[in-house]
Write a protein that binds this ligand. Structure first.
Ligand code: ADP
Length: 742
């Protein structure tokens, strides 16, 4: 069998190599066979004994010929079919050769890409032996690929970072490894890859050298920590320095106040006032510097609490009113009624910004006045606060400069008015921190308008509430006889309530207008002149149901005409105006007009004075506290350090005459205020019974110091410098609660 096959293969090879010889041999063989057959047949048929039958011969010959033709036709068809298949095979073969070539090229490209990757790539079998390592891995390992493949080589790990697993099972982790090139940080991604269904999976690790990035990050983080520490140290230093400055200042301002309460010659009063005012100016400066450093250190934490908008604005206006009126200036506010009653934000910081802007407006205005207008802003939930004055204005080139720290519009003006140039810088930063903006429009000689627009969402509790019922003045005529900023704001408000307001600035014109129609109310500003105001009031009796006189706080004690049905004190509160206009006129008579409140007499001793322990190491401040508290009618014991305070507190408690209150200075020698408080609270916890209220007495305003006070068990704190009003306010609540307890 094998032999036959071999012969066949040889013959086939011979045919392939020598096709012509094979063709000649094949033709010869066919010819010989045909010739032999034909010759034999003819020779056979001619012989005498053959019994030749020409018919049978013809039939046989035809049959043989037909057979040969059939064989030839079959062969030819087969040949064509084989030829066709051969062509198809050749084409397929061609395609396969092309594909093979493409695959080889792709594999080559993938391999070189894989090997020349900057990332480290290593494949390990299930026993941890390397099956492939790319150039980068070999270079970092300092070994040839051949030397690595088949070994369990791995780098020494110097530091291992946290590892995490991704959703697809890939493990991600950072390692600091030792390499012949030194320690490197590598971020690895590791996962199993299955190469062959029958084989165990291989572990593929891809590592990226992140040494530079990690080291930069570390350096940055160290630098940030250092900067933070420096910033903290700076804030601490500023807080300490300001505390140290505030303490003696507290003495200066307090003693100045006490001195002013004694009998002094006019000259001495001037000097004592100068001492007090200078002290207060210095205190304001320290506060600004402290604020500025807090903002610089990014320590400005904003509160998010609901507050009433109109209360905030009216409080600011009333706080600044004495300062404005002392300079013969008007100050007035207007809060648009479309605004929510309560909004959520940091009222104290907003107040600080508006106080600064309105304070500046008063400072830089010689005649006219200042208006605080609150309106809806251009964005949803945005509120726009306008502080408008009729002052000296700001030159265009100085308008952007004044928002920078320590910048003033004009050196000459600055010398006249004083100031540090910090107020606007602080205000702008606070407003930006609130997500708002501050803008200025000003014309030298005419005045300035500062606009603060901040996003303030309405409070949830606010829904549908109104501050006060606004009077319905639809179709009613009102005559407003007044001049200036406040008059135009009152007119604007009356219009909003539906009234037809006629505003005149001249009493004679107003008198001429009175008989024109029947007036619902006539409002007359006494600033036009007391005599003409009273005369106009009398004249209005016959024409107006309500006759109101507008007074300044200083003129409220003066007598005014009985023709008036009521009075309103400037700056006007919208609620008071609404209440006055809504009242039925017949129930008001000038005699029933509410008595102007009498200033509380500070030295009056309340019968229910408290017994107070004051722990204060500074002699002057202790003296000041004693004087202030004694004047307010309280009994005071002074302790000059924490230990003495603790002893005194214990002694009073064991004698069954416990203190009603302890005022505790924080920084004291020996035992400080925090520690002394902790010990008092510990005693109380052990012995049970009455808990003594303890208020911190501090010049420190840092939030962490306040937390420390509360953590130690204090109930609140009083910020130095203290004055009689602040103390009285703080103690009033305590006296009230003691009454309730009794
Ligand atoms: P300060 O008032 O303490 O100097 P500010 O930062 O509050 O500091 O103000 C910077 C400067 O801007 C002021 O010195 C003044 O020149 C100018 N300025 C601020 N407000 C007004 C205003 N309403 N009218 C005119 N000038 C103003």
């Amino acid at each position: 069998m094998g032999r036959t096959f071999r012969i066949k293969v040889r013959m086939r090879r011979f045919r392939r190599r020598h096709p012509r010889i094979a063709f000649a041999i094949r033709s010869l063989m066919i010819f010989s066979a045909t010739f032999g057959g034909a010759y034999g047949f003819i020779a056979g048929s001619r012989s005498e004994s053959s019994g030749y039958d020409p018919n049978a011969f013809a039939i046989g010959a035809s049959f043989l010929f037909a057979l040969a033709c059939l064989g030839l036709a079959t062969l030819s068809m087969r040949l064509r079919f084989v030829n066709k298949r051969l062509r198809a095979l050749a084409a397929h073969n061609e395609k396969l050769i092309d594909r093979n070539w493409e695959l080889k090229e792709a594999e080559e490209r993938a391999r070189s890409l894989f090997e020349q990757q900057g990332d480290l790539i290593v494949l390990r079998d299930h026993q941890g032996r390397i099956t492939f390592a790319n150039d980068a891995y070999c270079a970092l390992a300092g070994q040839a690929r051949g030397a690595l493949v088949g070994t369990r080589f791995d780098f020494d790990v110097l530091e291992q970072g946290d590892s995490a697993r991704e959703g697809n099972g890939t493990r991600v982790h950072d390692q600091r490894i030792a390499t012949p090139l030194g320690a490197r940080w590598v971020a690895w991604r590791e996962g199993f890859v299955r190469l062959d269904a029958g084989q165990p999976a291989e572990l593929q690790s891809v590592g990226r050298d992140v040494t530079d990035r990690t080291e930069t990050e570390r350096a940055l983080s160290e630098a940030r920590d250092l900067a933070d520490a420096a910033n903290r140290a700076k804030s601490r230093f500023l807080a300490m320095a300001s505390h140290e400055i505030r303490t003696p200042l507290n003495g200066i301002i307090g003693m100045g106040g006490l001195l002013l309460d004694t009998t002094l010659t006019p000259e001495q009063v001037t000097y004592a006032r100068a001492v007090k005012t200078s002290g207060e100016a210095l205190m304001a400066l320290i506060e600004e510097l402290l604020d500025y450093s807090k903002i610089e250190a990014g320590k400005l934490d904003l509160e998010q609490r609901p507050f009433a908008l109109s209360t905030l604005i009216e409080e600011i206006t009333e706080l600044l009113a004495p300062r404005a009126q002392a300079r013969n200036l008007e100050i007035a506010s207007y809060v648009d009624e479309r605004l929510p009653l309560e909004v959520v934000g940091d009222a104290a910081r907003l107040r600080q910004v508006l106080l600064n802007l309105a304070g500046n407006a008063i400072k830089f205005t010689a005649s006219g006045g200042v208006a605080l207008i609150v309106e809806p802003g251009i964005w949803p939930n945005e509120i726009s606060f306008l502080v408008r004055d009729t002052g000296i204005g700001i030159a265009p080139d100085a308008q952007s400069r004044i928002f920078r720290e320590f910048e003033q519009a004009d050196e000459r003006v600055a010398r006249t008015y004083g100031g540090t140039g910090l107020g606007l810088a602080i205000s702008e930063r606070i407003v930006k921190r609130m997500g708002g903006r501050i803008a200025l429009t000003s014309e030298p000689g005419k005045g300035s308008t500062f606009e603060v627009a901040v996003p303030l969402a309405p409070s949830q509790a606010d829904a549908g509430q109104t501050a006060f019922p606004s009077p319905d003045l639809t179709g009613k005529s009102l005559l407003l006889v007044a001049d200036g900023i406040e008059a135009s704001l009152i007119a604007r408000r009356l219009e909003r309530w539906g009234g037809q307001t006629c505003m005149v600035t001249d009493a004679a014109v107003a008198e001429a207008l009175l008989p024109e129609r029947s007036w619902h109310a006539v409002l007359i500003d006494r600033a036009l002149g007391p005599v003409s105001a009273d005369r106009l009031g009398e004249a209005a009796r016959a024409h107006a149901t309500q006759r109101l006189v507008l007074l300044t706080p200083s003129s409220r004690h003066e007598k005014f005409s009985a023709a008036f049905t009521g009075f309103l004190v400037k700056p006007l509160r919208a609620a008071s105006l609404a209440a006055r206009l809504a009242l039925a006129p017949e129930i008001i008579s000038p005699d029933l007009a509410p008595e102007p409140p009498v200033e509380p007499i500070a030295s009056a001793r309340p019968a229910n004075g408290l017994s107070i322990l004051v722990a204060e190491d500074n002699e002057i401040n202790a003296l000041l506290m004693r004087s202030l508290l004694t004047r307010l009618g309280h009994r005071v014991v002074i302790a000059t350090h924490g230990d003495a305070a603790l002893e005194s507190w214990l002694a009073a408690r064991s004698a069954a005459t416990p203190y009603d209150l302890v005022l505790m200075d924080i920084q004291m020698p020996q035992l400080d205020g925090i520690e002394a408080t902790k010990r008092i609270r510990a005693h109380e916890a052990g012995a049970g019974g009455h808990r003594t209220p303890i208020l911190a007495l501090t010049a420190n305003t840092l939030a962490e110091d306040r937390y420390a006070c509360f953590e130690a068990g204090m109930d609140g704190f009083l910020i130095k410098p203290l004055d009689r009003e602040k103390l009285d306010e703080a103690l009033a609540g305590l006296i009230a609660s003691r009454h309730l307890a009794v």
